[in-house]
Ligand binder design. Structure first.
Ligand code: HEM
Length: 482
């Protein structure tokens, strides 16, 4: 019995000490992790992950170097996960901290994020995001955009710059309370700096897996990242200083004033706070970073689909002509009467700009679908799969706005349509973005018919090299409708 007892005891200890069950995944090579297998699968990363998910299940994991990555690609799992506090952190974005420490609502985790998120969403709501005050501003910006498009005459042009200017100005209005002339030198520098920081964003991702890289400041790619950050900080510093001249304590013209007022209030009461000058800089910068490329690329996809599917464009225009008429531009309040137009925009948004949302980080050990998720794991949410899963979306690769309409032509609310993410970290600018997409898209189609240049067949190819899934550069002709 002594030996038997020892045996049972040993088995018990073995069971208790057995490492907790991580989500399944590919074999890890020493040092490299699953990098070789990932590199061998062709195509963009979101398709690679989708293929892996088909093999290992909706929650799977792998290592890249020493960093554990957990991928979620089932709607119900994602819904549960994104409500969990422990899975709502962000990676450290260490490399951006080299030039100035600080966090905005997008990059912060834990307590700082809680305070910044609460503050930012309250301010955005107060400033009228999603309400008529903001609609007026977007509509005004749309008229400047229409003017720029009209200037192109019957020449073909790349719509990127004109859209980007308008989108950037909407964020300027939110953040600085004013718009800029498109030729203003500071505005041009702002746009250039934002684009450069996004172009180089991949380095920040690599640093999460190989932190040592951020110490190798002599490497050209790291040096470029640091130089871009410094240029961005100088430019944003200038804008914030200029804006401070008109600041009056207690009055909140915009997000920046509201932040300054809240900082002053906390200083007065002596309360501990994450509303600090550096965090103001990051909060403002992140609103541009999060809102510009996403909205611009969605609108670029929208126009590209219109030139690729002229019959869809005609149906949208017919619906608008019937409901809105030719004497005024469409308004956000027209939305309920424009179900086909709304369905087109939803279908465009299935061409997902951020295929795996933004990375999350697990801030304390937790469990998900029976698996152990350790603190420090990076969590990727495969939104691309959710919006292209053939079980949910028939012929998912086809452009078919009708999938968002019922048999009577009414707009369907589809639960799994989540281009803005879900849960605690759902896109903060969701209401602003929806309003902007609608007003800009309908204004453009109300005034122009878009066509590919003579003899060109519109190609729906995507550029997946950057952080976002954007169309490759294309040109079009805008023919005035009246
Ligand atoms: C986060 C999508 C426009 C501000 C996100 C996330 C997605 C997303 C998927 C990540 C959610 C997560 O981490 O789980 C989009 C799309 C847009 C858009 C598709 C346009 C079509 C905007 C705009 C703004 C904005 C216009 C503001 C001006 C933010 C911020 C976050 C965020 C601040 C981070 C929220 C946090 O970490 O708590 N967005 N977004 N976005 N978005 Fe957007």
């Amino acid at each position: 019995t002594g030996i038997l007892g020892l045996l049972i005891f040993t088995v018990l200890v073995w069971f208790l000490r057995r490492p907790k069950k991580l989500p399944p995944g590919p074999w890890s090579w020493p040092l490299l992790g699953a990098l070789p297998q990932l590199a061998m699968i062709e195509g963009p990363a979101y398709k690679t992950l989708t293929k892996m998910g088909q093999r290992f299940g909706p929650v799977f994991s792998f290592n890249i170097f020493n960093q554990l990555v957990v991928v979620l690609q089932d709607y119900d799992v994602i819904k549960t996960a994104l409500d969990q506090n422990a899975l709502s952190g962000r990676p450290s974005f260490e490399i951006s901290q080299l030039t100035m420490p600080g966090k905005g609502v997008l990059s912060a985790s834990g307590e700082p994020w809680l305070e910044l998120r609460k503050f930012s969403s309250t301010v955005l709501r107060k400033l009228g995001m999603g309400k008529s005050t903001f609609e007026q501003q977007i509509a005004t910006e749309a008229t400047y955009l229409l003017e720029e498009v009209r200037k192109q005459g019957d020449e073909s042009f790349d719509p990127r710059n004109v859209i980007e200017n308008a989108v950037a100005n909407v964020i300027c209005y939110l953040v600085f309370g004013n718009r800029f002339e498109y030729t203003d030198e500071r505005f041009r520098r702002l746009i250039d700096a934002i684009n450069k920081s996004l172009e180089n964003g991949g380095v920040a991702g690599v640093v999460e897996f190989l932190p040592i890289i951020s110490k190798l400041t002599f490497l050209p790619v790291v040096k470029r990242h640091i130089d871009n950050n410094l240029a961005f900080q100088r430019m944003m510093g200038d804008l914030l200083r200029d804006h401070e001249e008109g600041y009056q304590r207690g009055i909140s013209r915009d997000f920046t004033d509201a932040f300054r007022n809240a900082m002053a209030e906390k200083e007065h009461t002596g309360e501990q706070t994450y509303l600090t000058p550096n965090n103001l800089f990051y909060s403002v910068s992140e609103l541009f970073g999060a809102g510009m490329e996403t909205t611009t690329s969605t609108l670029r996809w929208a126009l590209l689909y219109m030139i690729a599917y002229p019959e869809t464009q005609t149906r949208v225009q017919q619906e608008m002509d019937r409901v809105v008429g030719r004497n005024r531009l469409p308004r956000y309040t027209d939305r309920p009467s424009l179900p086909y137009t709304q369905a087109v925009l939803c279908e465009v948004q299935r061409e997902l700009i951020v295929p795996y949302a933004l990375p999350h980080k697990c801030t304390e050990d937790t469990t998900l679908s029976g698996y152990h998720i350790p603190e420090g794991a990076i969590i990727l949410i495969n939104l691309w799969h959710i919006l292209h899963d053939a079980d949910e979306w028939e012929d998912p690769m086809q452009f078919r706005p009708e999938r968002f309409l019922d048999s009577e032509g009414r707009l369907l609310r589809r639960e799994k349509f989540i281009p803005f993410g879900l849960g605690r970290r759902v896109c903060l600018g969701k209401h602003l973005a929806k309003m902007e997409l609608f007003i800009v898209f309908t204004s453009l189609l109300h005034q122009f018919t878009f066509k590919p240049p003579e003899g060109v067949v519109a190609s729906l190819d995507a550029n997946d090299g950057g952080i976002t899934h954007a169309p490759v550069a294309y040109t079009l002709i805008a023919a005035p409708r009246d």
